[in-house]
Design a protein. Sequence first.
Length: 318
Amino acid sequence: MSVDISVIDISVIIPLKNEEESLPELVAWIAKVMEAHRFTYEVWMVDDGSTDSSWEVIQRLAADDDRIRAIRFRRNYGKSAALNEGFRSARGNVVITMDADLQDSPDEIPELYRMIMEDGYDLVSGWKKKRYDNTFTKNLPSKLYNWTTTKMSGVKLHDMNCGLKAYRKKVVKSIEVYGEMHRYIPVIAKWAGFRNIGEKVVEHRARKYGVTKFGLERFINGFLDLASIMFIGKFGKRPMHLFGALGTLFFLAGFGIAFYLAFAKIFFDRYNMTDRPIFYLAILFMIIGSQLFLTGFIGELVARNAPERNTYLIEETI
C-alpha cells in the first residue's frame, strides 16, 4: 500500500529481537486501530540484532505498506539503543512505544493519544496493574525498582518500566537514551524539563509467542543507570558542587581529627600521635577529601569544555 502522508498523527516505535511470529499479527492489529480512528500514522520497527527471520518478515510487511518503516542493527545493542534510533526517526506529533511480543495492546493507542493532545501531558506511561509475568523474577523486583525510583526522582509512577508509553514529539527529540536507561525515560524527561507526566492503566496480555529477552542482569544494570541519571540530571553541568562539597567535608573531618591529636600531644603529652588508630583515619579522610576535590575540579574542566555545555531546552521565545 502506497500512502502519501504530509501530517502524521502518530509514530509507533517497536523495538524487537527474534519476534518473527508476532510481527504480522501486531502490524495488522495496529492498522485496524488506526484506521478505525482515522489516524495518519507510521510504524518504525527497530530490529535489535535478531537471529531468526524477523528482518525478512519486516521486509515483506514494509513492501505491502509504506507506513511500515524499519531499522536493522548489525548486532544486538539493547532496547535503549533501539528506542533512541526510533526517536530520531519518528515524525508523528505523538510517539507511541510498545513491545513486539503482543503483551502490549494497540487498543490503548487512541486514549494515550487523547491524553497527550487533549489533556496536555508531555508523557503518559502505561501501568500494567494486572500482570501475567512470573511473580518472583519480574513482579517483586519491578515493585522494588518503581518504589526506589519514585523516592529518588520524585516521578510518581506505578510501572516505570512499562514498554507502552506515549510522548509528545518534542519530548523524544529532546532526550537521549542509552545503556539500560529505557527503564527511566520518565526520569530523563523530567530532568529535561518535561514535568507533566501522567499514567494510564493498560491491559497486559500473556506472551503468545517466543520467550522473554531480559535476564537477571537487568536488575544490577538498572540500579547503576538510575544512579547515573540522578547524577547527570543534578550535577551534569556542575560536578564540582557534588565532589567539591564531599571532598571538603572529608578533608575538614580528617583535619579536625589531626588537629585534636596534635593539641592533645602538645598540651598533655600523654601519647604519640602515631600510636592511636584514629590518626590513620584522619590521614585517610584528608587523602579521600583531596581526591574528591580534584575529581570535581577535573569534572568541572571537562564540563566547561564539552560542546553541549551551553545547550538548553527553550520552550518559547517572544
